[in-house]
Design a protein around this ligand. Structure first.
Ligand SMILES: Cc1cc2nc3c(=O)[nH]c(=O)nc-3n(C[C@H](O)[C@H](O)[C@H](O)COP(=O)(O)O)c2cc1C
Length: 216
């Protein structure tokens, strides 16, 4: 350490056999502050650990999402692959409580949580640009959901496509709220915010390996 008594660094390594220990302690961040003193402790999460940690969060605190975190979530969406690289998706960030409330009432069931979120990102896609708008939007939503998890931000996917509000199509309702042209298709919304109400991380016992078939 050349003259330094101690130094703090952020470091990433494979937690490997420590995964169970991490799960048991419900440790949330995958960034570990390492203190070099006389001992060195190395811990970190890799992608599979992040996937075990990812859950749908529906209760949020009033704490503001930082500009840096929001930008990382949006960056993750822009990094999502799209069929033939057509990039039909656009992302509308909603922060004002009035619009969040309106979105929370945009379908019969399952959207109420948006009202309590700090922000929501509505994923819209130009249906004329790509017939894969469902797939492309879904991957972008998944990237953002995982990025939020990485940042210890709770989030939940709210489905719009194929849902209704009374006799109205939910996509029409959301397009009206956001004043969008009808060529924009809407798969869903990611609602997010800080939370201490995120369900426990999954463990290896939660995954159903009978869903896998191997063929020769
Ligand atoms: C395509 C899709 C649509 C979803 N729509 C909603 C929704 O409208 N409202 C909601 O509260 N949760 C919604 N969810 C979250 C699921 O309910 C949740 O992922 C599932 O119950 C598993 O829980 P977990 O995410 O904590 O693993 C949706 C998830 C997906 C993948």
């Amino acid at each position: 350490m050349d003259g330094l008594d101690w130094i703090e660094v952020i470091i990433r390594v494979d937690i490997g056999k420590h995964r169970e220990w991490i799960h048991n302690r419900n440790i949330k961040s995958n960034m570990w502050k390492i203190i070099f003193y006389s001992n060195i402790i190395l811990l970190n999460m890799n992608l599979i650990d992040l996937m075990y940690k990812r859950r749908s969060t529906r209760k949020f605190s009033d704490e503001e999402i930082s500009k840096e975190d929001l930008e990382l979530i949006l960056e993750s969406a822009l990094l999502a692959p799209t069929a033939m690289n057509r990039k039909p998706c656009e992302f509308i960030v909603v922060s004002n409580k009035k619009t969040l409330k309106e979105l929370s009432e945009s379908k019969d069931m399952g959207a109420k949580l948006i009202a309590g979120a700090n922000k929501a990102i509505v994923v819209i896609a130009d249906g004329n640009l790509a017939d894969t708008w469902v797939e492309d939007s879904s991957i972008a939503l998944t990237h953002m959901h995982l990025m939020a998890t990485e940042l210890d931000i709770g989030s939940c996917w709210v489905q719009v496509h194929l849902k209704t509000k009374g006799d109205q199509d939910c996509e029409d309702v959301v397009r009206d709220i956001l004043n969008l042209d009808s060529h924009y298709r809407i798969v869903g919304i990611l609602a997010f915010g800080h939370s201490n109400k995120t369900p426990r991380p999954y463990t290896p016992e939660d995954i159903d390996k009978s869903k896998i078939r191997y063929i020769d």
